[in-house]
Design a protein around this ligand. Structure first.
Ligand code: ZN
Length: 296
């Protein structure tokens, strides 16, 4: 299994070969401890997390610390056997509040993935005492991130304060983005503004406050959704004003086709999207001789 190593762009070839060799050996022996599949189609979060832990142990070839001075609660670059490389942000060793740039992490609602699990397994290897101490102490930074457990919600976590350590200045800096109960704003516009402000924040703030880089896909998705709603509203207003028409299908519909509505995104191509499950969108696209919409 790989051990955590500081990042080196020019790792010696012999070390890489050694990594590959140990990965092959690990893969061969780990097949036996793969979590058993649950019966039928049923699966639980526990099983899905166990599967990712197993994949993290067996499929991650190397883990390198990007922030050399942060061996536990920092950013790490992982390399998997399939050739994929992702950066993960570790901010907790007890809760699933870490982040990764992979698709699985983004969609599974578990708050973890094989890259995160592989990173944690690698950092624990060969230094159990230090790992236990880090686990108990937690991250020393204030962390602003997107909590992907169950749903995607912006969140902030604070390290424990002690006589010599308080976060008054960060609290003041973050105040415009915090609700009265201390929770972080859920507004994408506010989060965008927070990220922009953090980019130019003074060093004394940036060293104790980490803002996750993985807000971007969430912000992009919300922006697209907002754009879609605005486009639709604009089109419906045009129809209401008599400047646009819903009469965009050349042939009359059969009764079973039921209710339909125009797709505002692809209206320029005169494509209609049908909501009737008996009349799938793809089939509509083909029968009308147009590309399928697939948006609504
Ligand atoms: Zn991942």
């Amino acid at each position: 299994m790989p051990r955590l190593a500081p990042e080196r762009r020019d790792a010696p070839k012999s070390a890489q070969a050694q990594n590959r060799k140990s990965a092959r050996k690990r893969k061969a022996t780990a097949v036996l401890d793969r979590p058993a599949l649950p019966p039928g189609w049923q699966s639980s979060d526990e099983h899905e997390v166990a599967l990712r832990r197993w994949r993290g142990r067996t499929e991650i070839l190397s883990v390198k610390a990007v922030e050399a001075d942060r061996p536990y609660f920092g950013t790490f670059r992982t390399q998997s056997a399939s050739g994929g490389s992702y950066e993960v942000e570790i901010r907790s060793l007890t809760e699933s509040t870490n982040s990764c740039g992979c698709i699985d992490y983004r969609v599974n609602g578990l708050g973890t993935c094989k890259h995160i699990e592989g990173t944690i397994a690698a950092m624990a290897r060969g230094r159990a005492k230090s790992f236990r101490a880090a686990k108990a102490a937690g991250s020393s930074r204030v962390e602003v991130f997107l909590d992907r457990r169950a749903s995607s919600v912006p969140a902030v976590t604070w390290p424990a304060e002690s006589p010599g350590r308080n976060f008054k200045s960060v609290r003041e800096w973050l105040a415009p983005y915090l609700a009265a109960n201390g929770t972080l704003t859920h507004s994408p516009e506010q989060i965008e503004s927070l990220i922009a402000a953090w980019e130019t924040a003074p060093a004394r703030i940036r060293t104790v406050l980490r803002v996750s880089r993985y807000f971007t896909p969430w912000l992009d998705r919300l922006r697209r959704e907002r754009q879609r709603v605005e486009t639709r509203a604009a089109f419906e207003a045009e129809v209401k004003a008599g400047r646009e028409t819903l009469d965009i299908v050349k042939h009359p519909l059969l009764p079973y086709k039921g209710e339909w509505r125009p797709c505002t995104i692809q209206k320029a191509n005169k494509i209609a999207c049908f909501r009737n499950p008996l009349f799938p969108r793809n089939a509509v696209g083909k029968r009308l001789g147009n590309m399928a919409c697939g948006i609504q």
